[in-house]
Design a protein around this ligand. Structure first.
Ligand code: SAM
Length: 277
C-alpha cells in the first residue's frame, strides 16, 4: 500500500505556533522533505525529533520530486516542510502535490501558520472575498501585465514582498490603484517586532522611501469600489419602451417603467418612442 504525503506547516516566526498535530506527524513519518534542510534541522532539534531529511527545493524539484514519489509508492510516508509557513503557498510543494495527486497518493494538509491568512484576518479590510497574488514578478512586462489585470479587482488583494523590493512595489501599487487606496502592511508577523500598519498606498510609499523597510511583509490592499453599471443610452431606452409596447403595454406606461428602471427622462422616452412607433 502507498504511503501518505503530509503537508506540515511550520512557524512563520514564533516557535510556539507549531501545532501538536504537526509535531505528531513529524514524529510518525518515515522521512521529511525540506526546502532547506539546515533550517528545518534547527526546528527538528528544538522539537527533539530525529528523522531522515531529504531536500526538496525550487531548483531540484525535477529530480527530488520523482525520488520522493517512488518512496511514497513503496509505502513510506513523508512530511513536506518549508522554511516557514504552509508548504505549497508561494513555496516549493505545489509540484510535488500535483505529482502525488496524479499518481494516486494520498496528500493530507495539516492546518497551521500561513502569513497571508494571518495578514488578511488582522487587516481590518473586507475578508469575505479576497485574492492571493503572491510576489509580483521582477520582469517589467510580466509585472505590468499582472498589475493591469487587477485594476478593476473588487476583492481584497494580498501580496507577499521582500524588504529590498518593498519600495518599488509600493510605488507600482500606488500608481496602479491610486494613492488613496487603503492598505494594511503586516510586518514580522508573530515575531518580536510584529507591526500592523493600516494606511494608504500613497502614505506607505512616502513613509518607506524615508524609512528603509526591514523584515518580512504581507501587503493587504483594499479592492476597487464596485463599479456602477453604465446607464443605457436614450436610444437603448427607447428600444426597450417599444419592445414593452410590442408586448402589449401602453406606450405611456412603458415609458414610465423604463424611466424608473434607468433614470432616463420619461417625457423624452415617450416623445422619441411616439416618433419611432
Ligand atoms: N509558505 C509561506 C506561508 O505560508 O506564508 C510563505 C513563504 S514565501 C517564500 C515568504 C513570504 O511570506 C515573505 O516574503 C513574506 O512576504 C511572507 N511572510 C512569511 N513570514 C512572514 C512574517 N512572519 N511576517 C510577514 N510576512 C511573512
Amino acid at each position: 500500500m502507498s504511503g501518505i504525503l503530509y503537508l506540515v506547516p511550520t512557524p512563520i516566526g514564533n516557535l510556539g505556533d507549531i501545532s501538536r498535530r504537526s509535531v505528531e506527524v513529524l514524529q510518525s513519518v518515515d522521512f521529511i522533505a525540506a526546502e532547506d534542510t539546515r533550517v528545518s534541522l534547527k526546528l527538528l532539534n528544538h522539537l527533539e525529533i530525529k528523522k531522515p531529511l531529504v531536500s526538496y527545493y525550487r531548483h531540484n524539484t525535477e529530480t527530488s520530486g520523482p525520488a520522493i514519489l517512488d518512496r511514497l509508492l513503496a509505502g513510506e510516508s513523508c512530511a513536506l516542510v518549508t522554511d516557514a509557513g504552509t508548504p505549497a503557498i508561494s513555496d516549493p510543494g505545489e509540484d510535488l502535490v500535483a505529482l502525488c495527486a496524479g499518481a494516486g497518493i494520498s496528500v493530507v494538509a495539516i492546518p497551521g501558520p500561513c502569513a497571508l491568512v494571518s495578514a488578511l484576518a488582522v487587516s481590518g479590510l473586507p475578508t469575505g472575498r479576497f485574492t492571493f497574488e503572491g510576489f509580483l514578478a521582477m520582469n517589467k512586462k510580466n509585472r505590468r501585465r499582472h498589475l493591469d489585470s487587477l485594476v478593476r479587482e473588487e476583492r481584497t488583494m494580498i501580496f507577499y514582498e521582500a524588504p529590498h523590493k518593498l519600495c518599488a512595489t509600493l510605488d507600482d501599487l500606488r500608481d496602479t490603484f491610486g494613492p488613496e487606496r487603503r492598505l494594511t502592511l503586516c510586518r514580522e508577523l508573530t515575531k518580536l517586532h510584529e507591526e500592523v500598519r493600516r494606511t494608504t498606498l500613497g502614505e506607505a510609499a512616502d513613509w518607506y522611501r524615508e524609512n528603509p523597510p526591514r523584515g518580512e511583509f504581507v501587503l493587504v490592499v483594499e479592492g476597487c469600489p464596485p463599479q456602477k453599471p453604465e446607464p443605457p443610452s436614450l436610444e437603448e431606452g427607447v428600444e426597450r419602451v417599444l419592445a414593452l409596447q410590442a408586448g402589449g403595454m401602453r406606450l405611456k406606461e412603458a415609458a414610465r417603467q423604463v424611466a424608473a428602471e434607468t433614470g432616463l427622462s420619461k417625457n423624452e422616452l415617450y416623445r422619441q418612442a411616439v416618433e419611432k412607433a
